[in-house]
Design a protein around this ligand. Sequence first.
Ligand code: PEP
Ligand code: MG
Length: 327
Amino acid sequence: RRAEFAAGRSLPAKTKDGLRVSVMVNAGLAEDAAALGMTGADGIGLFRTEFQFLISATLPGRERQHRLYSKVLDAAKDKPVVFRTVDIGGDKALPYLSDVHDEAENPAMGWRALRLSLERSTLMKAQARALIEASGGKVLRVMFPMVSEPWEYEEARALFEEQVEWARHAHRKIPKQIEFGAMLEVPSLAEMLDQLLPRVDFLSIGTNDLTQFLFAADRSEPRLAQRYDWLSPAILRYLKRVLDLCRAHDVPARICGEMAGRPLEAMALIGVGAENFSITPAGVGPVKAMIRSLDASAVRSRVEQLLARPPKDMRRALNDWARRHSV
Ligand code: PEP
Ligand code: MG
């Protein structure tokens, strides 16, 4: 099967009934971008900029960030790269920012990601400047992690727009276009999508954090790993509702958690209307092979039936269907 995946990597991810699914990869290092061509992916759908912060002994300043982002954009050539602003804080220790590491009882729900960035605006401004300057003359795609309410997205976007104005006045090169997106990984945001969607260019659904918050189940607790299934009807119904809203507002949505990197999960995601994935590079071959053997409209009707009257074991029901249809 390995050889089959390798051969299929360069083929487009198109279902039997003609749906073109975009399959991008998650990345965090310059080397990941350099390997992009080999993965056969359509781009980098999630570039985790905090990796550079986590592996550095000192705070990466604007110039170091700029160098990394330029390298990544160059390596990706004409494929799109979506940069996510830093998701630091919580339980991630940064020796050079001692007050950022806290030992709160619930670090995942703590002072992290955009919550921290909005308060530490000097950090965020440096990152914005680095991203803006590295994208001079190109399209900059940027998204914000852990948005729980639309005003947080608005503030972050305004900060970027101010930096663009600054760069314009300073006669620096600026991006020819900027696309702004929000990550949906805190459940509350789903209730505010009518307010948010008219303001974003895309939405990125982070199923790792989203499922841990939906089920109130720590994603790093092994004793819970078997207990909550990504294929549970609660998650699939939730995602279907979000994806339907995105479609109604004509906003592209991309699933970027680990869930989408597994063929059966990716099949169920197509069943609830997903058409864009960003996954771990190792998943590209198997997920593309699944997509090419799938009839998207058939899986949508099956998943709709199953969600209307959920069986006890959703995973098994989906597996049976996949086997019967040679997916
Ligand atoms: C997620 O939460 O699903 C996600 C993609 O972000 P991270 O795994 O970096 O928290
Ligand atoms: Mg996350």
